[in-house]
Design a protein around this ligand. Structure first.
Ligand SMILES: Cc1cc2nc3c(=O)[nH]c(=O)nc-3n(C[C@H](O)[C@H](O)[C@H](O)COP(=O)(O)O)c2cc1C
Length: 327
């Protein structure tokens, strides 16, 4: 297992050809472009284009821009429930995208054509049974997302601390832990739980290259660790920063509105309203609890450098502790 400059053992650099076992979480809107994934890839981590909200021609353009900017591997994130997922998969195959990161659906039927040109497939899961199913289907690695995460976290709200540990115990494939990781200490914690890498969403959302409105970033910057909430419990919940929309949702839930009325309220506002139109009061300002650990908006390559330095510092601190504890 490679240990390199990072200082923690992982099969992922060897498997994927990346320098550091750090993944920039695919984020609809924020990484539905070339700028953020390219900056992350150039810095030695895995940059991820989020296909979700993209038009097919925009996805092709973003993939080609990343390829033109670097020889480093990168990924495309494809939610398999998306109505355009078949088209996204065709594009990824045609463009020979090196890593596919898929969620919300079975990988088995899709793997052979990506294997055929040497691509790797990482599968996003939020439960042990789904991790076992993905492993049995033949994926290359499992991304485990805990309840702290921004975007769509585990519907049953199990925290990364418990879920990553449970999946790492259950599977033999490399596990990438996600949810609540904002710095090198968080990455080291994922390794302590048995993961061989970490995926960070909210931390990379708060970078100069992330393609969301400045009001969105200001709202996440101002948020403390307890300032996010889940909208849409019982379905596919979204973790977002509390705002006027979530207050309206809270009130409707307290007043006992019918499940149909609540479902239509949940769907009445969008991520696009916040990310593109800049309405941070009424849009879905999706972000994880780690928003409260983040207080700057640097360039993405600075974030990668800082994370690597922090992992090394955490490792030294832990080794130092070991030396002071009597055997
Ligand atoms: C704004 C935003 C949009 C996201 N969109 C997607 C997406 O399109 N597909 C996906 O698989 N995950 C998505 N995620 C989840 C991230 O990829 C990642 O797993 C998560 O952010 C990790 O937790 P963290 O935010 O605590 O770091 C999104 C997260 C955020 C914050």
């Amino acid at each position: 297992m490679a240990e390199d400059a990072f200082g923690l053992p992982s099969r992922l650099p060897g498997l994927l050809g990346i320098r550091y076992p750090i993944v920039q979480g695919g984020m609809s809107w924020a990484s539905s472009c070339a700028a953020l994934p390219l900056a992350v890839a150039c810095a030695g981590a895995l940059g991820v284009i989020a296909a979700g909200p993209m038009r097919p021609d925009a996805l092709v353009e973003a993939i080609r821009a990343v390829k033109a900017g670097t020889d480093q591997p990168f990924a495309v994130n494809i939610p398999l429930y998306n109505k355009r997922s078949a088209e996204f998969l065709d594009i990824a195959e045609a463009e020979r995208v090196p890593v596919i990161i898929a969620s919300q659906g079975g990988p088995k039927a899709h793997l052979p054509r990506f294997r055929a040109y040497g691509a790797h497939w990482l599968h996003v899961v939020a439960s042990v049974p789904h991790a076992l199913k993905a492993e049995a289907a033949g994926v290359d690695g499992i991304i485990v997302v805990g309840g702290e995460a921004g975007g769509h976290p585990a519907p049953d709200e199990v925290s990364a601390m418990v879920l990553v540990r449970a999946v790492a115990r259950a599977v033999g494939l490399p596990v990438i832990g996600a949810g609540g990781v904002a710095d090198g200490a968080g990455i080291a914690a994922m390794f302590a739980l048995g993961a061989e890498g970490a995926q960070l969403g909210t931390r990379f959302l708060m970078t100069q290259e992330a393609s969301v409105h400045e009001h969105y970033k200001a709202s996440v910057l101002a948020a403390g660790i307890a300032d996010t909430t889940l909208v849409g419990r019982g379905g596919l919940p979204v973790r977002q920063v509390r705002n006027r929309f979530t207050a309206e949702v809270d009130a409707a839930e307290r007043e006992g509105h019918s499940p149909e009325a609540l479902a239509s309220l949940y769907a009445s506002r969008s991520l696009k309203l916040a990310a593109f139109d800049g309405d941070a009061d009424w849009g879905k300002v999706e972000a994880g609890q780690s928003a409260g650990l983040i207080d700057d908006i640097p360039p993405a390559d600075d974030v990668v450098r800082q994370l690597v330095a922090e992992v090394a510092a955490t490792r030294r601190r832990l080794l130092g502790l070991a030396e002071t504890v009597p055997a």
